[in-house]
Ligand binder design. Structure first.
Ligand code: PGA
Length: 250
């Protein structure tokens, strides 16, 4: 019922030329795949070039962040319609690195989700607990807070395309993956929480991605879980070979 989505988050890697090179190598590796959605999120300067190189493929373009204003004197920020003009369909919002290093809060996440929806972009809203929070038994309260605040004032009609990415902070870039049971438990919690907030129709149709050290070796067991609908892949999305092997999980 839910079409899987495999998304690559390139973070601060790849120039436009390097991104185009990747896209050209990826294209034949994912040719003809249409039973799952694929997305790549390059850094802002590479969006347009990579988007152009992905045009003949079914791989969609995403951005890693956006600002909530439509335009104005906001040095260094990028507006939603600029992303649309570059060919973006998706935008990642509230990644833990942005929360940790760049002052992103649940409130800025909320504003960005609203801005993305208004611009017709699919928001990929990231949530997840730190290691300390998990050890303190705070995983569910943290997810509860991030989701409730991040989606406050939004209604189900606005969020038909919403994607949530569950990324336990302690599993990002560390090689430590959550066990499939830990991931499934968190995904189940997220889905039931969204059902309470926005109704079960939206929650049952909503894709929840797992992120944190996803690799070709662990994608299949993750995807076998009932509430895991895809992956947000960092490190392993940087090489066409490993990314395409993740895309082709079975
Ligand atoms: P990772 O990153 O796959 O390198 O752990 C995931 C992410 O941060 O989205």
């Amino acid at each position: 019922m839910r079409k899987p989505l495999i998304a690559g988050n390139w973070k601060m890697y790849k120039t436009p030329a390097e991104g185009v090179d990747f896209a050209r190598q990826l294209a034949p590796l994912v040719d003809g795949i249409n039973d799952r959605d694929i997305m790549i999120a390059p850094a802002f300067p590479a969006l347009e070039a990579v988007g152009g190189a992905l045009k003949p493929t079914s791989v969609a373009l995403g951005a890693q962040d956006l600002f909530w204003e439509a335009d104005g004197a906001y040095t260094g920020q990028v507006a939603p319609r600029m992303l649309v003009a570059c060919g973006c369909r998706y935008v990642i919002i509230g990644h833990s690195e942005r929360r940790q290093y760049f002052g992103e809060t649940d409130e800025t996440v909320r504003r960005k989700v609203i801005a993305a929806v208004k611009a017709g972009l699919v928001p990929v809203m990231c949530v997840g607990e730190t290691e300390k929070e998990r050890e303190a038994g705070q995983t569910f309260p943290i997810l509860d807070k991030q989701i409730k605040n991040g989606l406050k004032d939004l209604i189900a009609d606005d969020l038909a395309a919403l994607v949530i990415a569950y990324e336990p902070v302690w599993a990002i870039g560390t090689g430590k993956t959550a066990t499939v049971d830990q991931a499934q438990e968190a995904h189940r919690f997220i889905r039931s929480h969204v059902a309470e907030l926005l109704g079960s129709t939206l929650a049952e149709g909503m894709r929840i991605l797992y992120g944190g050290s996803v690799k070709p070796e662990n994608i299949s067991e993750l995807m076998a879980m009932p509430d895991i609908d895809g992956a947000l892949v960092g490190g392993a999305s940087l090489k066409p070979d490993s990314f395409s092997r993740i895309v082709k999980f079975n």
